[in-house]
Design a binder for this molecule. Structure first.
Ligand SMILES: N=CN[C@@H](CCC(=O)O)C(=O)O
Ligand SMILES: [Zn+2]
Length: 400
């Protein structure tokens, strides 16, 4: 039914705005209490953007003459911004359940990786899979994420490593971006592992000389939209020098730097990211004190991934120290064949229990700060007039 506006959410017990003054992220004291309205209503316009938020009686008065395509009575319920998942690997074929048994028997992630399993196993299967098959499974996975409240998600390539399969993965992500009702930030992660038969230096050369120019061309003619560049900077994968060259190459063609660093070994990835102007670095279980300080100064966000530390029994990233030093902390599910979690509420729960984050910190990390990590906090991550009308209604009377 046509109306002056798309949606009216009426009389919620609580509307958790997260922030209300155009903040691009929340850090330090701003995380102590989030912006919340009690007994409020919210209007989404036909353009999908938030038109108004305020006390229920004020909104009723203001819009008394106007019509809505849909009205939802939110009495006794809570409205939150849609959750933002800042790190996922959702395009792949081939299960790795057998590796779970190996890990339970004591094998480490890197032992499995070096024996040709892990990412390399998934690369083989993903190279063999058709574009249609990859799209079908991506669609189902994104639907599971949406059911758990995710409305904006970062999606990486990285199980192709060669140009042909990396482009296949990026086309699949592009198709989901155009067809599905979920926001997507696309990440080229061709440096997720060193392909068989190449050294890290040779793989970096291939990326810089062949992959990045092709991405630039496809981006220019509107075929594929890529937002971020990623590298798995890790001992035995991409060293600091190759990481620097690849990230700089990506930055030179206009991509935001958003990479895996300091996960299993201290690599000085945080220091490198801060120097290169990275938007975000993920994992950081092994980050140095200097790296934390450098990230805080540079406004480089930390994307913490509680499912990985849990699944691989790693030491937890030092979330408390990062928060105390003013790093912009975000969260991601790290959905991949090794960490099979679609749910940002579960990720927030693990962040509170295992990383000792408070509930407001976890919610900000899964909304405004995750949007910042993707360079989208001007449009996503909080309920403010003019922002995307991405929201969730939960059957609970209070949240924070
Ligand atoms: N650490 C590197 N990449 C992924 C794992 C990918 C995989 O094991 O397939 C991560 O973020 O956890
Ligand atoms: Zn990852």
């Amino acid at each position: 039914m046509a109306g002056d506006h798309r949606l009216l959410l009426e009389n919620a017990r609580q509307v958790v705005l997260v922030c209300a003054r155009g903040e691009r992220f929340l850090a330090r004291d701003a995380l102590r209490s989030l912006a919340v309205l009690e007994g409020a209503s919210l209007v989404v316009g036909t353009d999908g953007l938030i038109k108004a938020i305020g006390p229920a009686d004020v909104i009723q008065e203001q819009f008394s003459e106007e019509t809505f395509e849909e009205r939802i009575d939110c009495s006794g319920k809570c409205i939150l911004p849609g959750l933002v998942d800042a790190h996922t690997h959702p395009v792949w074929a081939g299960e790795r359940v057998h590796e779970f048994a190996m890990k339970l028997a004591g094998a480490t992630y890197m032992e499995i990786h070096q024996a040709g399993g892990g990412i390399n196993f998934t690369v083989e299967r993903t190279r063999q899979a058709s574009e249609e098959e990859l799209f079908g499974s991506l669609q189902q996975r994104l639907q599971c994420m949406m059911r758990a409240g995710t409305t904006l998600v970062e999606c990486k390539s990285g199980y192709g490593l060669n140009l042909e399969t990396e482009l296949k993965m990026l086309r699949v992500i592009e198709r989901a971006r155009r067809q599905m009702a979920v926001g997507i930030s696309a990440t080229y992660c061709g440096a997720h592992s060193v392909p068989k038969g190449k050294t890290a230096t040779e793989a970096a050369d291939d990326i810089i000389n062949n992959h990045l120019p092709k991405l630039k061309e496809l981006g220019r003619n509107g075929q594929i939209h890529v937002d971020n560049i990623d590298v798995f900077c890790e001992k035995g994968v991409f060293d600091l020098d190759s990481t620097r060259r690849i990230l700089q190459g990506g930055k030179d063609i206009g991509l935001q730097i958003n990479f895996h660093g300091d996960e299993l070994h201290p690599m000085k990835a945080a220091e490198l990211g801060a120097e290169l102007g990275a938007r975000a670095i993920s994992h950081l279980e092994e980050v140095s004190d200097e790296g934390i300080a450098a990230m805080a100064t540079a406004g480089c966000s930390a994307v913490l991934l509680p499912t990985t530390a849990y699944m691989l029994r790693l030491k937890q990233p030092r979330a408390r120290k990062m928060l105390d030093e003013g790093v912009i902390v975000a969260l991601g599910s790290d959905f991949n064949p090794n960490a099979y979690c679609f749910s940002m509420p579960m990720v927030m729960h693990l962040a509170c229990v295992n990383m000792r984050m408070s509930m407001p910190e976890a919610l900000a990390a899964a909304t405004i700060n995750a949007a910042y990590a993707l360079g989208k906090s001007h449009t996503h991550g909080s309920l403010e007039v003019g922002k995307q009308g991405d929201l969730i209604i939960i059957n609970s009377s209070s949240n924070v």
